[in-house]
Design a protein around this ligand. Sequence first.
Ligand SMILES: Nc1ncnc2c1ncn2[C@@H]1O[C@H](COP(=O)(O)OP(=O)(O)OP(=O)(O)O)[C@@H](O)[C@H]1O
Ligand SMILES: O=c1[nH]c(=O)c2[nH+]cn([C@@H]3O[C@H](COP(=O)(O)O)[C@@H](O)[C@H]3O)c2[nH]1
Ligand SMILES: NC(=O)CC[C@H](N)C(=O)O
Ligand SMILES: [Mg+2]
Length: 544
Amino acid sequence: MTDLQQPQVPGVATEVHSMYDTILILDFGSQYSHLITRRVREAGVYCELLPCTQKIDDLHFKPTGVILSGSPYSVYDKDAPRVDPKVFELGVPVLGICYGLQEIAWNHGGRVDPHDKREYGHAIVQIDRHESHPTANLLFEGIGAETKVWMSHGDQLSVMPEGFRVIGHTATAPYAAIAHEEKLMFGIQFHPEVTHSEQGVKILSNFVLGVCKCRSNWSMDSFVEKEIERIRAIVGTDAEVVGAVSGGVDSTVAAKIMHSAIGDRFHAILVDNGVMRLNECETVKEQLSNKLGINLKVVDASEEFLGRLKGVTDPERKRKIIGNTFIEVFEREAAALDKENEAKGRGKIEYLLQGTLYPDVIESISFKGPSATIKTHHNVGGLLEDMRLKLIEPLRELFKDEVRALGKVLDIDEELVWRHPFPGPGLAIRVLGEVTKAQVDICRQADHIYLSEIRAAGLYRKISQAYAALLPIRSVGVMGDQRTYEQVIALRAVETTDFMTADWFPMPVEVLKRMSQRIINEVRGVNRVVYDVSSKPPSTIEWE
Ligand SMILES: Nc1ncnc2c1ncn2[C@@H]1O[C@H](COP(=O)(O)OP(=O)(O)OP(=O)(O)O)[C@@H](O)[C@H]1O
Ligand SMILES: O=c1[nH]c(=O)c2[nH+]cn([C@@H]3O[C@H](COP(=O)(O)O)[C@@H](O)[C@H]3O)c2[nH]1
Ligand SMILES: NC(=O)CC[C@H](N)C(=O)O
Ligand SMILES: [Mg+2]
């Protein structure tokens, strides 16, 4: 998934960079780098985050401006990440944030030293304006004499780099913001991307719109039209496309775009893996066919999946088995479709549609290399390395909230757009221990009651993800004067924006009471319900 190139068609604008001005954000490992990306997009400007080790000569587009992120490193560390100095020869504006400022200074004859006090938290920047140098004022255009910002640094600029002037200072940092008017280079010691910096969004938009003069045309409306055109250009007039579609918002939005582009040359496939939620396959088929006009084939492979999961209790093995079986089923279906098409004199299936999102791409490009594997997230296409089909990933530049906005533009039902994510391995990683049909049924029923009660209480949209898990233990209870010795259901609900970190949701007690009562009364085999009050980290969202 590290390859950022999409299929190319000579003479046709199939490349995102030919349609939008692009801000290049170079990531030096700050925790906030992806937030810079979000903010620039919010200003209506397309941008891409690449590792700071990116060589400018290898870049396949010319950025309209460059932003250098913060970093946990110090510029004087022996192993400090270094920017390719050619960035400064591109002749486009550059903005350095925190480490980025220090890196600009370091490269232009300035000095950076550790400060006796680390500065972490709020600070006030006094803005220094220069009447006879209007360009230097551009970054803080429209902002008053001072502004509240958020700082997180231990080093600071001690000697100004050549040709730069101070455009902002704080009580402890005399060079908190600097500018070079001819080179259009700016540096700020604080973090405009975090919400604690009150004018942060304005400062970033001043840079991308005022300094870089980017066109502000990145909107989901314009994206749909351009994407449909791009797909048509890539696929041409004969080729056909398959796509694994789960009913989740990502694959649904991707499928809708593909369908709009090529109609019935797109074949959507939903695999019933035996670990879907109650009535899920029917509901998804209904929604996609009736409401979106997408022809979805449901392939029942439940026996195959459950058969292979027999006796398996290890979470990673479950994930691998499911991932591999998905591929086998999918390849089989694609081959069958190819045969059918051949008989009908239709084109060959040449492409595979995937709902990959930008966070997946960002995660796979970290300059520090891949992080430890906590869980193997299954992804149908992600594992199809030796497949002859070429990938089409319409959402690979988008964040989840952009995908949801796109869903609205495409007139997809609110209910679908705001659907909680559901993992590919489904209930298999929510039935802890061995996955049998009987166990899946218990989990499925409890999950259905739980989600219905969440909806009835009007809480579905407040919660980012909720589900019931079946624990592989028994506990003693009493029912109708009889001793029971049955299983435990754990209810999980979290609030999160990026699913990388999450807080447990404070479920109202009254609602919990109803849920627990209903599950114990209605689901055979369960005599106890517990509510999960763990955050991520140190826990994860799924139990396995
Ligand atoms: N049962 C399934 N049948 C077919 N494809 C599936 C199935 N489950 C998952 N997939 C494929 O795996 C991809 C990754 O799943 P993932 O859950 O991350 O995305 P999603 O289901 O589209 O959206 P969401 O994250 O909101 O659930 C999906 O986009 C889809 O292509
Ligand atoms: O498509 C998927 N395939 C998987 O294998 C998988 N594992 C976890 N998830 C989803 O990812 C998010 C984070 O989950 P964790 O905190 O448990 O890692 C949550 O939204 C999880 O539901 C998966 N999605
Ligand atoms: N947030 C940052 O970019 C910090 C940069 C550098 N590590 C410092 O402490 O000053
Ligand atoms: Mg899903």
